[in-house]
Design a protein around this ligand. Structure first.
Ligand code: DCM
Ligand code: DCM
Ligand code: ZN
Length: 271
């Protein structure tokens, strides 16, 4: 996701943090970074990635996605051996940073701070369908038109469609986040929200959750995201965007709720 998607994930997660966990989160960010809150922290992993020439940028870039070598349009799947060699993909990254954040594993405060920053970002990215698709570099190589402008399918999903959706909420991230938070608590997601986070209560949550979440997201590619094949050249700002809105809402809601519930779980431990 672009900035708006990530900040919304962070804001929804912040809405679900228990008060004692929100205090722990604020204390984990060294030097009072991000005002102690998740929305701005979600942007850090993209900021360091963009710092030109930094070896850390080069090192962390592949951790934002998993290039599934499936065949969307025909069959969608995630296979760790095939798609995530040496755990250097978003699934491996979430597993590693979940482990590093857990105080029972003994990592120092700087490592735990970075782990929290990365988790706040990657738990958002893993709900973006094209971050779980290897085709055309996650759609970066697929030229499309959106509201009269040429772009690529990845950035349409990361940014243009989210910005268009946000305009329904006066381009106010807090308004959009509060709308989705309500839908999770008592609206259209209330009955399914438990299924979004059921892996978190497993003793194997660190490895089980990111794979579960990747499979969940990847499944959207076959019926919908890559349906652009069917009408090449059509402007995606019309019917395609209208059909994408409920998917975007739900994926961003999932990211926010999962991040909040995961932090409530990991940070409830006392070390
Ligand atoms: N890290 C960082 N910047 C670096 C090196 C590491 O932010 N230049 C982060 C990545 C990990 C943590 O620090 O979250 C531990 O790094 P390492 O694996 O190098 O011990
Ligand atoms: N990306 C992806 N899958 C790839 C390559 C990139 O999901 N195979 C993502 C990472 C960034 C965006 O696409 O969010 C743009 O990538 P880049 O800046 O590398 O062009
Ligand atoms: Zn990212």
């Amino acid at each position: 996701w672009g900035e708006e998607g990530h900040e919304t994930v962070g804001q929804i997660a912040q809405n679900f943090l228990q008060p004692d966990i929100a205090r722990k989160v604020a204390n984990l960010f060294q030097d009072k970074s991000f005002g102690g809150k998740l929305p701005l922290a979600t942007l850090w992993a993209d900021d360091v990635k963009k710092k030109k020439g930094s070896p850390f940028a080069f090192w962390s870039a592949p951790l934002h996605f998993i290039d599934t070598l499936d065949d969307p349009g025909k069959s969608c799947s995630v296979n760790m051996e095939r798609d995530c060699p040496d755990a250097r993909c978003i699934v491996g990254a979430i597993a590693n940073y979940t482990t590093q954040l857990d105080c029972t594993n003994g990592y120092d405060k700087f490592t735990r701070d970075f782990a929290l920053r990365f988790l706040a970002h990657f738990i958002g990215d893993i709900t973006q369908p094209l971050h779980v698709s290897g085709r055309e570099k996650g759609g970066n190589g697929e030229t499309v038109t959106f509201d009269g402008r040429r772009g690529n399918l990845h950035s349409i999903w990361d940014t243009q469609m989210v910005e268009k959706r946000l305009r329904d909420f006066g381009s106010d991230i807090v308004q959009y986040s509060n709308f989705l938070t309500k839908e999770i608590q008592s609206g259209k997601y209330a009955s399914e929200k438990d299924s979004w986070v059921s892996c978190i209560s497993s003793p194997k949550a660190a490895t089980l959750c990111p794979l579960t979440w990747a499979i969940d997201t990847n499944a959207i590619n076959c019926p919908f995201v890559w349906s652009v094949d069917k009408e090449p050249g059509v402007d995606l700002g019309g019917d395609y965007y209208q059909a994408a809105v409920p998917i975007i809402d739900k994926q961003i809601a999932k990211g926010g709720y999962r991040l909040g519930v995961l932090l409530n779980s990991i940070l409830s431990k006392n070390c």
